[in-house]
Design a protein around this ligand. Structure first.
Ligand code: NAI
Length: 462
């Protein structure tokens, strides 16, 4: 029997040490609660090991490759001599390793009891890990998600792969078909193109990043086309066959695309089967755990956070949900999360970033009472210096607050931080227009867009 015998009742037992689970553990421990965190693999979960961090390292290598190629544009003599994937992976793994070490140290120093092993819910208040059991006044489910596939499409890990495999490739494919033009598909397409591959994205809906404001998707498509990234929109996958050198991907429209690799990026699904959730009475919907706005499941002392619940599958949403649950259990009264106010960033070249409502969503709710402006980065000095194209688009209530901020261009994700404040503080264009932005910065584009929305554009035509 472990030292945490069934007679010890902890404040919280958390199943899963990814973004949602570990954030909950850290905040709960900070609030003086006694926390057990069960993790079967490595602390940090998808974000740290198979998602956000390693993919952004690849995207940074891709940016360096583009800079090497484009040096002449800035008067710098440089040539692109190819990609050394072993070195790229060493860089990427180094970043992940350092963050992993830091996180492990943090969890330890906060006094969280980390249990390494695969846990299973055996009673509403008890998680079993091997021979040991851990009982908590509260249980938090945070078992995350894994890549999905399509019926009849077998992931073999060598020619037909998911993002998990793509992150460990030790070569640059000559050609790739990317199935799914969502966030993962767009980011990997961007990386591989910069690394020199021929890339075709197949997206079932009419646009890349179909959940974004349509203007952003169209601009991304234009810029991807310029970069030589091909795409088939409104196209459905039919079947895949092996060829002598890779795969032939057949689409329902009759086209056949040949490539070395097929990356399947059609979404991620929750990890919730065979973990005892159903058996203890936790209500589920298509594999997701159903929760209320406080992340409480149908069983009162059980909460669920992160990719396991049907909210945005983003690491920072997991952090927010984990913190919300910890604070609630500690007796604070945290406000529910406004999911529209969560920033969304796709880190491709160009980056796509947004918060709040798209124009279409705002018009659906507010009809003609919606005003939009678009400020082109062509008028922004720093963007010209960086040679980046794109725009800031604002969606606002006419004579009312800003409802949505949508940005495309290099480093759009960093620019979005201000947009997030503007949205969440329900700022009016007039208020933001009085803020002086540093010159020359890309953030001036945010100021200019608000000046335009307030009817007094400076560096844009009235
Ligand atoms: P996704 O849901 O963003 O995109 C999947 C895409 O595949 C959709 O556009 C869908 O229309 C398309 N699709 C589905 N079936 C198809 C078919 N049969 N043929 C062609 N297209 C098809 O899912 P994705 O990109 O796999 O990402 C999973 C999750 O991970 C998302 O929730 C995403 O937000 C998150 N993520 C976030 C990142 C970020 O914040 N930068 C980075 C990577 C992932």
């Amino acid at each position: 029997m472990s030292e945490h015998s069934a007679s010890t009742v902890h404040d919280i037992v958390i199943l899963g040490g990814g973004s949602g689970g570990y954030a909950c553990a850290l905040r709960a421990a900070q609030l003086g609660l006694d926390v057990v965190l069960v993790e079967k693999d490595k602390l940090g979960g998808t974000c740290l090991h198979q998602g956000c961090i390693p993919t952004k390292a690849l995207l940074h290598s891709a940016e360096v490759a583009d800079t090497a190629r484009e040096g002449e544009q800035f008067g710098v003599k440089s040539t692109f001599d190819g990609i050394d994937m072993v070195a790229v992976n060493a860089y990427k793994d180094g970043v992940v390793g350092r963050l992993y070490k830091g996180l492990s140290g943090l969890v330890k120093s906060r006094g969280v009891t980390l249990v390494e092993g695969e846990g299973r819910l055996i009673r509403p208040d008890t998680v079993a890990v091997g021979e040991s059991t851990y009982t908590g006044r509260n249980v938090v489910l945070a078992t995350g998600s894994v890549p999905k596939s399509l019926p009849g499409l077998e992931i073999d890990g060598s020619r037909v792969i998911t993002s998990d495999h793509a992150l460990t490739l030790d070569y640059v494919p000559r050609s790739v078909v990317v199935l799914g033009g969502g966030v993962i598909g767009v980011e990997f397409a961007s990386v591989w193109r910069s690394f020199g591959a021929d890339v075709t994205i197949v997206e079932a809906l009419p646009h890349l990043l179909p959940l974004e404001d349509e203007d952003l998707s169209k601009q991304l498509e234009r810029q991807f086309r310029k970069r030589g990234i091909a795409y088939e929109l409104g196209a459905r996958f039919s079947k895949v066959e092996e060829s002598a050198t890779g795969v032939v991907v057949h689409l329902e429209n009759g086209k056949a695309l040949e490539a070395d690799l097929l990356l399947v990026a059609v979404g991620r699904g929750p990890v919730s089967s065979d973990l005892g959730y159903d058996e203890v009475g936790v209500a589920m919907d298509r594999g997701y755990v159903v929760v209320d706005e406080h992340c409480r499941t149908s069983v009162p002392n059980i909460f669920a956070v992160g990719d396991l619940i049907p909210t945005l599958q983003l690491a920072h949403v997991g952090f927010g949900e984990g913190i919300l649950v910890a604070e609630q259990i500690a007796g604070l009264a945290p406000r529910p999360i406004d999911y529209d106010g969560v920033p969304r960033v796709t880190y491709s070249e160009p980056e796509v970033a947004s918060v709040g409502l798209t124009e279409a969503a705002a018009r659906e709710i507010h009809g003609d009472g919606v005003t939009t402006v678009k400020y082109d980065l062509a008028g922004n000095g720093k963007s010209q210096i960086l040679k980046t194209a794109g725009f800031v688009k604002l969606v606002a209530l006419t004579d009312g607050p800003v409802l949505g901020v949508h940005i495309i261009g290099s480093r759009a994700g960093e620019l979005l931080a201000e947009g997030q404040l503007i949205y969440n503080w329900e700022a009016y264009a007039d208020d933001v227009a009085t803020l002086i932005h540093a010159h020359p910065t890309q953030s001036e584009a945010m100021g200019e867009a608000h000046l335009a929305l307030a009817g007094k554009p400076l560096h844009a035509h009235s």
